[in-house]
Design a protein around this ligand. Structure first.
Ligand code: MSP
Length: 514
């Protein structure tokens, strides 16, 4: 094994159904996890759900069920979505897990014992929706913005975690580790936010107002603020077989939860506990739906990933989101764009190349990939034998640009497609004098398709398996090194070719059916 790799995603609130934004983040993390496994690393990959807090309590109340029963049901929907998308995490995080609750209480006790958490009276305004105190400064045009929902005046003593003493150390860490926050423009935003002194963070909620949370170890009349509880998941679930893994190599989050949660609270919690900070905090952008903002409070704006998985298959959705979004930027989802990519890049692209290659080997060589020797290779064949695509792919993933990694793989597939046009194997097959030439062509096409099974496996794991099954190759994930040119397919007998991505005309139900 070439070492280990530990990555996490944000954990999703279970107060409403999973949507495309949730699906994207989990697929993105799964892509990196699979990539790291293909580099021979042992991967710890955490993802899951955030189950406590006011929003969940309120949603449960609306449905007249206990919060635990409510979250049991909702969590299952997220877990099922992950499974249907092939998101293979090491554990499915749930913050109602007893072991997690124990770790949250240990952290709180430690910080309390060290004097980092203090009890003090606070009079001010509280946003129920955001579960946080707000100040006059948060007003826009003299009013609390919509995102705060109902704002109430409260006067109550609470427990506060002192952040300001750590601001300078956090800034120094950001200076010393320029790729701690990716992309760079998000790092700048965080540096900007850290120019001002940091207010104390209220980490408690009186049980009388919010019962659905983890009781504070030093005062059971209070529960833990949901963000403090949720952030601890990255540590509490990182002990497979009882052995703590720390720190994470990569933490993936959306742009809305960098400041202050992951960019300020989280690193300061770690600094205060003497724990190392994650190597990278990767911040992705937001999906819009045909140009409109996706908002949980507007059901029409939500893109439900489930019908897309049902209609086009999990890999079509995985491919679309990974290929369409420039990591870090926002991107737009629409049926039209989805179908264009599906048809031109999956059905007519990868699918057609695989299918015609395997069909020709079936037809012209009885399903056995020919061997060839001592032949003069053309420029096209040298292109197809080049390993530049592997380097390009690897560099793109290392630079957190999955869309460029996929672009490199598809450029390679297009080169192979063009090779079919250039060499016209169906014509060569008619001329017995060209038999050896046809061997060269079919062998190069088969090898190109084999290499593609490796290059696409992190993004399209189901398709990679189908391709490998049709080629009669081992179905277990390959090492990325196997994407290099080789001659292992000489005289290898393939299986039966089957279409990978059926054309859309043959599909009946519309995507919007669900
Ligand atoms: N529960 C908190 C995170 C706690 S992490 C310790 C939370 N949950 S969430 O359900 O609101 O969001 C979960 C993730 O989905 C976040 O990373 C968020 O940025 C992401 N997305 C939510 N809407 C999104 C889009 N429209 N597009 C892309 N990602 C989006 O925040």
């Amino acid at each position: 094994m070439a070492g280990s790799y530990f990555l996490t995603t944000a954990i999703d609130y279970v107060n409403s159904a999973p949507h495309l934004g949730h699906a994207y983040e989990k697929v993105l993390a799964d892509f990196f996890a699979r990539h790291q496994r293909s580099l021979d690393r042992e991967v710890l990959f955490l993802t899951g759900v955030d189950e406590h807090g006011q929003k969940v309590q309120q949603s449960a109340q609306r449905e007249n069920v206990e919060p635990q029963a409510f979250t049991d049901r909702m969590s299952e929907r997220f877990r099922e979505l992950h499974a249907s998308l092939g998101v293979q995490s090491s554990a499915f995080v749930r913050t109602t897990n007893p072991q997690h609750k124990q770790v949250v209480r240990e952290w709180l006790q430690k910080l309390f014992d060290r004097g980092e958490i203090v009890f003090q009276e606070h009079e001010g305004y509280y946003s129920v929706r955001q579960e946080q105190f707000v100040t006059e400064k948060d007003k826009v045009d003299g009013r609390w913005p919509e995102i705060f929902g109902e704002v109430v005046h409260t006067k109550e003593p609470n427990y506060y975690f002192k952040l300001e003493p750590y601001r300078a150390r956090l800034l120094a860490h950001l200076e010393a580790n320029p790729d701690f926050i990716v992309p760079a423009f998000r790092r700048k935003e965080l540096l900007g936010a850290l120019e001002q002194p940091l207010a104390d963070l209220c980490i408690s909620r009186p049980k009388s107002r919010l019962a659905w949370g983890i009781p504070l170890p030093f005062n059971e009349d209070y529960v833990t603020y949901v963000w403090f509880d949720a952030l601890v998941n990255y540590y509490s679930f990182a002990a497979p077989n009882g052995k703590q893994v720390w720190p994470p190599d990569l933490q993936i989050i959306g742009k809305d939860i960098l400041i202050p949660a992951h960019g300020v609270y989280w690193p300061i919690m770690l600094l205060a506990l003497g724990l190392e900070l994650p190597r990278h905090l990767l911040v992705h952008g937001f999906w819009t739906n045909s140009g409109a903002k996706i908002s949980k409070s507007d059901a029409k704006s939500l893109v439900d990933p489930v019908p897309y998985v049902g209609k086009y298959g999990p890999d079509a959705l995985r491919y679309f989101v990974l290929r369409e979004m420039v990591l870090g930027q926002d991107a737009d989802f629409s049926d039209e764009r989805f179908e264009v990519r599906y048809t031109s890049e999956l059905a007519k692209g990868l699918g057609n190349l695989t299918n015609r290659t395997l069909s020709m080997i079936g037809r012209y060589r009885d399903g056995v990939i020919p061997s060839y020797d001592g032949f003069h290779l053309t420029e096209a064949e040298n292109d197809l034998r080049s390993d530049a695509v592997v380097e390009e792919y690897k560099e793109a993933v290392a630079a957190f640009a999955p869309h460029l990694a996929l672009q490199a793989a598809w450029k390679f597939a297009q080169r192979a497609d063009k090779y079919v046009e250039e060499t016209a194997p169906f014509r060569l097959a008619k001329d017995p004098a060209q038999a050896k030439r046809l061997d060269v062509v079919l062998a190069h096409l088969a090898e190109s398709v084999r290499r593609l099974t490796v290059l696409v496996q992190a993004a399209l794991p189901f398709t990679a398996i189908k391709m490998r099954a049709q080629m009669n190759l081992p179905l277990t994930p390959a090492r990325l090194e196997e994407a290099r040119f080789g001659t292992s397919l000489r005289n290898h007998a393939i299986g039966k070719p089957l279409p990978l991505f059926p054309p859309l005309e043959e599909k009946k139900e519309p995507a919007s059916a669900a």
